[in-house]
Design a binder for this molecule. Sequence first.
Ligand SMILES: NC(=O)c1ccc[n+]([C@@H]2O[C@H](COP(=O)([O-])OP(=O)(O)OC[C@H]3O[C@@H](n4cnc5c(N)ncnc54)[C@H](O)[C@@H]3O)[C@@H](O)[C@H]2O)c1
Length: 237
Amino acid sequence: MRLKDKVALVTGAGSGIGRAIAIEFANEGAAVLIAELNEEMGAAVADEIGERAAFVHCDTSAEEDVQAAIASAEERFGGLDIVVNNAGVAQKDWDTTIAVNLSGVYYGCKYGAEKLATTGGGSVINLSSILGLVGIGGEDSYVAAKHGVVGLTKNFAIAFGQRGVRVNCINPGWIETPMTDPIMEMEAIAAQMMTQTPMGRMGRPEEIAKAAIFLASDDSSFMTGASLVIDGGWTAR
Ligand SMILES: NC(=O)c1ccc[n+]([C@@H]2O[C@H](COP(=O)([O-])OP(=O)(O)OC[C@H]3O[C@@H](n4cnc5c(N)ncnc54)[C@H](O)[C@@H]3O)[C@@H](O)[C@H]2O)c1
């Protein structure tokens, strides 16, 4: 078990990629704090995992919520080793997208990295996207926010490099989650996406969670400030 006795906080863990990360982390021995806006979905994932998981209500676009969620890990599980800034939205207005997808990740880095640095070090993992590396000619707010997450990852990696905190991001391609369901219902767009993906299929949330385990564990002990692209080859073109 690669995360035995570790404590992880995962934002947006009520669905999709965050849910898979929470479950896979628990399978690797971690206690998991599910910091989620949707109480019903967050509590359901905590119940599914069992006593080594807890739900905390958190709107990641609210700085005080993120600060409180991070502080609560100590009370609930006696510490904190891993912070996954995963919560995100798609196809929303500019202000909402920037507030959740960029400011939310910034708060998670700011309070998360500081907490880890003062309690023996740890790993921060941010969810960016392939749209944090290239543009798509639309979805301006999403593309801007996800590029910003890559920048924040590098900045916090530099700032905390000598304080025992590693900060990396994952850049997933098209993954089967409720976020992409509406896009995949548009047949022409779905077909185009598959044509553009050399592996010819979407990824599964578990395939992102496996990479998160790697970044959270000592297996990636000399890795910080990096972007881990998991996209079935989409950005290889
Ligand atoms: N699915 C993909 O193809 C894909 C690709 C690249 C990157 N990503 C990124 O991965 C992350 C997870 O996406 P997903 O596909 O699992 O989406 P999802 O919609 O299935 O899950 C997102 C979760 O975040 C929660 N959430 C939304 N706003 C929140 C807030 N303000 N505070 C706390 N929680 C909030 C939602 O309730 C939901 O549980 C996102 O950052 C997304 O941008 C997804």
